[in-house]
Design a protein around this ligand. Structure first.
Ligand SMILES: [Zn+2]
Length: 232
């Protein structure tokens, strides 16, 4: 028996973890009509998520609880803390790979191998982060949440960094500050990166999902508490 199958993804083979099923006694009310809902089975997904070892990733089999509204009959999925919808590679993994390329000036292929993704995926993630929001606006939201704790932009200078990577680096650094401000404000978030924390916060607060393809939702100053929904 081989420990590492010859078909393993580049870089390293991922450990496979089956995450224990968990759901509350009752599902939350329907987000659309606020009526009561009931549990309606499970949906099993395979994710690549940050592992326990710092910088490591693992393949996770997660069962997501499904619920159904008693009034409008809409079915919906309840996501446990730390799981982001419609993504095989979870946000902390994406943030780590983009940070390696945009902030660490690592080669795309190296960053991709470290998370067992393709170089194409890492390039796509970097472009996505670069257009996800405006760094100055994100920092302004962070300052609104926690004026004392937010410092200036600390993006390490690097000559010859590609323009897309430069912008991704700035957005990522601003998201780190905003994520840290959220944690200081007492939000309990399972995510460890700014990207993961901010998007998880928006998902929990507004149900917004920032997909790579669909919708092109951008983070905006309107996401500040009391500021209503982010602009679409
Ligand atoms: Zn409903």
């Amino acid at each position: 028996m081989q420990d590492v199958p010859p078909t393993a993804a580049p870089g390293k083979s991922l450990s496979h973890t089956v995450v224990a099923r968990q759901r509350a006694e009752r599902p939350p009310p329907c987000r659309r009509c606020r009526a009561a809902s009931w549990w309606n089975g499970w949906r099993v997904v395979l994710l690549v998520a940050a592992g326990w070892v710092a910088g490591g990733v693992e393949r996770q089999e997660q069962a997501l609880a499904r619920a159904k509204c008693s009034a409008c009959r809409r079915g919906f999925t309840c996501y446990p803390p730390g799981v982001y919808p419609r993504r095989q590679y979870q946000l902390d993994v994406v943030a780590g790979a983009v940070a390696a390329v945009a902030l660490g000036d690592r080669a795309v292929a190296t960053a991709a191998a470290q998370v067992s993704a393709s170089a194409t995926s890492v390039r796509r993630w970097t472009a996505w982060v670069a257009t996800l929001g405006n760094a100055a606006e994100l920092l302004a939201v962070a300052a609104q949440l926690d004026a004392d704790g937010v410092g200036g932009m600390r993006v390490p200078a690097h000559e010859g960094r590609r323009p897309g990577a430069e912008r991704a680096a700035q957005v990522l650094a601003a998201l780190e500050q905003l994520g840290a401000a959220l944690v200081r404000r007492g939000l309990r978030l399972a995510e460890r990166t700014g990207l993961g924390r901010v998007l998880a916060w928006q998902h929990t607060a507004h149900g917004d999902v920032y997909g790579l393809v669909a919708g092109r939702l951008r983070l905006s100053p309107a996401m500040a508490p009391g500021g209503g929904r982010p602009m679409r």
